[in-house]
Design a protein around this ligand. Structure first.
Ligand SMILES: Nc1ncnc2c1ncn2[C@@H]1O[C@H](COP(=O)(O)OP(=O)(O)OP(=O)(O)O)[C@@H](O)[C@H]1O
Ligand SMILES: [Mg+2]
Length: 730
């Protein structure tokens, strides 16, 4: 096989093929290339049967790509190869063998909602309902599972909580009932495979014999139990190759442990280590920026990546005033990149959290630019967004039974399929739609007690909204629906990263509604919903490969694009507020390093000063990472044409705007009376006699002195009363 497209170190790694091997190397240095070439080499040159190879990657997308690359190198089908994520590989092993642990092989895999339902049930049965929240219990269970702490061990921990005994019982019951229901949660996939190997030596021997060669990509992000698993299976043949980069370890929140790299050298005594330092992916400007940033991490071994590529284009940084302007900047830049000959598929937009995709999806939709969301769903396809929109549709359209059926039991309140079908029959007997029936209390009396209760369960909490929805401002309506339906609460109650992300998405949805309303102050909920359907209609085009890619930085791991935009580079977004609060900046910096090193030719970084949170404008400062990158990035001018004052209405929340309409006459008088006083508007720079310089980011009109929210350079956000505060415009 031709290995001439590898450098000497890479060749050495490929030719190693017997015994344990650790490849530690920076981003884009060809680790994944080494893995795929090694696999192809074994099959072609060493006549190894593909069934004897196990390759583990981090995402299903990466697994598919690896399969494709190996197939290309060999020129033949390699479907017998076991390439997959830890979870998918374990699920495959368990499907064939979990009967040995007493389960049926057709077990169910629980998602977070199923987990929560189960924990709630247990808490109720144990009589802890008033003292322990399901959220906290799941939190503790998940913590234990990530650290492979079993219930009995948990009870013995002497560093733990009050109520340890109670939590122990919940955890123990949780495990027991999952077993009775023939179900596994996500963490179980790995843990039960470990149990299987411990309890069934024959099964272990079978897989040890089968997997003569093991390859693990993105090794820095394996957790303890995953590492145990590799050790178990690899022990017989000892042909384990792991490749990774400590600077790209970004999953500690899921228990990933960088120490696995150090342990590998300890656990596999004769392990060989190969270092790769040449980056083949990016221009030298991009690599410089990446090196400059990651140097700021103290918990790392010194390592410098180099490239023989040319300088290339400057890394550009653009600061916008508003998040909508940031999105416009990106779209305009994309358009000119297309003119320069780049294809849509060459370009990626990277952001810190899923919810940030919304604003970019919208501008791309409006410009008819095809896009796809990698590793997730498009914003308006996300379950929580669809649910919320269904709620709104049910409010305004009492014939929309499809939407009603979507949300009548969302959040779960024990309204099953049978009951819904029964109610539907009742409704048609009376000549009404199902929605009309369950939202009209005057009809409930004709129903049986059971059906009456069902209708009440759905309708009563929402009664006020159903009666007065047209009086609400759109954002208020959304907020109330989320609150009164219990939808938000149910997400908040069950701890998981997925649910946190769902809450972010709902928050983002509220912000988009607020933005909509301030641009269209006269519009009502009907107009708004129509606008939403038009948006998703634009989106109905066939998904093509020729599309721009949007994804979180986490999902971008291992991928590369000619052009990358890292958006939302603001303190509090990236690094995230949570990581700042928890003092976990180094991991965020690694995440930023991952983002920078995805770019091959061009890299843009953007930030915006004002973004909406739950519909309210909030002031952000540029990310600290931008300071650290200083000297390796070129700052573009902030647009002079678009100052805050032009956007006064947009920045002011619609809530203020609409409510204040009612007070207009009073305010008019007041303005006249105060005409000698200074007028302030959003975006004005002011000087406070005590707190120094700041900028007005929000104004709430009020008859007894407008309330100003000011972002002070040194003091952060403060609320002031315009009539009394010692401030003046500068
Ligand atoms: N010896 C080489 N000569 C030319 N190009 C190479 C060489 N090795 C790797 N490449 C190319 O460099 C790019 C990065 O390689 P690869 O994705 O394997 O790096 P990696 O170390 O896995 O990166 P990451 O850390 O981001 O996962 C790819 O486009 C790959 O084809
Ligand atoms: Mg890789």
């Amino acid at each position: 096989m031709d290995l001439s497209n590898l450098n000497d170190k890479q060749k050495e790694a490929v030719l190693h093929n017997k015994g344990p091997l650790l490849v530690v190397a920076g981003a884009g240095s060809g680790k994944t290339r080494v893995l795929t070439t090694s696999i192809a080499y074994l099959i072609k040159e060493k006549n190894v049967d593909p069934v004897n190879i196990l390759a583990i990657t981090f995402t299903n997308k990466a697994a598919n790509e690896m399969k494709e690359r190996v197939a290309n190198l060999l020129g033949k089908d390699v479907s017998y190869l076991w390439i997959g994520t830890f979870h998918s590989i374990c699920a495959r092993i368990l499907r064939m063998n979990i009967d040995k642990l007493g389960y049926d092989n057709n077990f169910t895999i629980y998602d977070t909602n199923d987990q929560k339902t189960l924990v709630k049930e247990i808490i109720k049965d144990l009589g802890y309902k008033d003292e322990i929240s399901p959220k906290e219990a799941l939190n503790i269970i998940s913590y234990c599972k990530n650290k492979s702490i079993y219930p009995d061990e948990f009870l013995k921990l002497n560093t733990f909580y009050v109520k340890q005994e109670e939590y122990y019982k919940i955890y123990k019951n949780y495990e027991k009932r999952k077993f009775e229901y023939n179900s596994l949660d996500f963490d179980d996939l790995i843990l039960k495979t470990l149990d299987l190997f411990a309890e069934s030596p024959d099964t272990l021997t079978y897989y040890q014999n089968k997997f003569e060669y093991i390859y693990v990509d993105e090794y820095q992000d394996t957790n303890k139990s995953q590492y145990e698993l590799i050790k178990f299976i690899g022990k017989l043949h000892n042909n384990i190759t792991v490749v990774g980069d400590a600077d790209q370890s970004i999953y500690s929140f899921r228990g990933a442990d960088i120490n696995n790299i150090l342990d590998f050298e300890k656990d596999f005594k004769d392990a060989k280590t190969i270092k790769l330092e040449q980056n083949y992916r990016s221009t030298s400007k991009i690599i410089n920026a990446a090196n400059k940033l990651i140097e700021n991490n103290t918990e790392r071994k010194d390592k410098v990546l180099w490239t023989s590529k040319k300088d290339g284009a400057e890394v550009l940084y653009k600061k916008s005033s508003l998040e909508t302007e940031e999105a416009s900047f990106v779209v305009n830049e994309v358009t000119s990149l297309l003119k320069d000959g780049y294809k849509l598929s060459d370009i990626a937009i990277l952001y810190r959290t899923n919810a940030q995709s919304r604003i970019f999806e919208e501008v791309f939709m409006k410009k008819l630019i095809d896009y796809k969301v990698i590793g997730g769903l498009k914003f308006y396809d996300r379950k929580e967004i669809k649910d919320l929109v269904a709620y709104l549709k049910v409010l305004v359209n009492p014939k929309d039974d499809i939407s009603l059926k979507r949300i009548i039991n969302e959040p779960k309140k024990g309204i099953g399929q049978k009951t819904i079908e029964g109610l539907e029959k009742e409704a048609s007997k009376l000549g009404f739609s199902l929605t009309e029936l369950v939202t009209d209390p005057s009809l409930f009396n004709g129903l049986t007690e059971k059906y009456k209760n069902t209708c009440r369960k759905f309708y009563d909490p929402l009664k006020d909204i159903f009666e007065h929805y047209s009086d609400y401002l759109i954002v208020d309506l959304i907020e109330n629906v989320l609150d009164k339906s219990g939808y938000l609460k149910s997400l908040e109650e069950s701890y998981s990263i997925e649910n946190r992300s769902r809450i972010d998405n709902l928050n983002e949805f509220m912000s988009s509604a607020a933005e909509y309303q301030s641009n269209n102050p006269e519009d009502n909920i009907y107009d708004y919903l129509e606008n939403l359907s038009l948006l998703s209609d634009l989106d109905k085009t066939e998904e093509s490969n020729e599309a721009i890619s949007l994804m979180t930085v986490h999902s971008s791991k291992g991928l590369e694009f000619k052009v990358c935009f890292i958006v939302g580079m603001d303190e509090g977004l990236f690094p995230s507020k949570r990581s700042i609060d928890e003092g976990n900046i180094e991991e965020e910096r690694r995440l930023c390093y991952v983002a920078i090193t995805r770019a091959m030719e061009k890299l843009y970084i953007t930030s915006a000063e004002i973004r909406r949170q739950y519909g309210q404008p909030v002031y952000y400062k540029p990310s600290r990472f931008l300071n650290e990158l200083d000297g390796s990035i070129k700052k573009l001018d902030q647009d002079k044409t678009q100052t805050f004052s032009n956007h006064e209405l947009r920045v002011k929340t619609n809530e203020d705007y609409m409510r204040d309409k009612a007070r207009e006459s009073v305010l008019k008088k007041k303005t006249i009376k105060e005409s000698s006083k200074e007028e302030f508007k959003i975006g004005d720079n002011i000087l406070h006699s005590k707190w120094g310089k700041g900028m007005i980011v929000q104004i709430k009109l009020s008859t007894d002195g407008n309330e100003l929210v000011v972002a002070f350079d040194k003091k952060g956000l403060k609320k002031l009363n315009q009539d009394y505060a010692p401030i003046k415009k500068v």
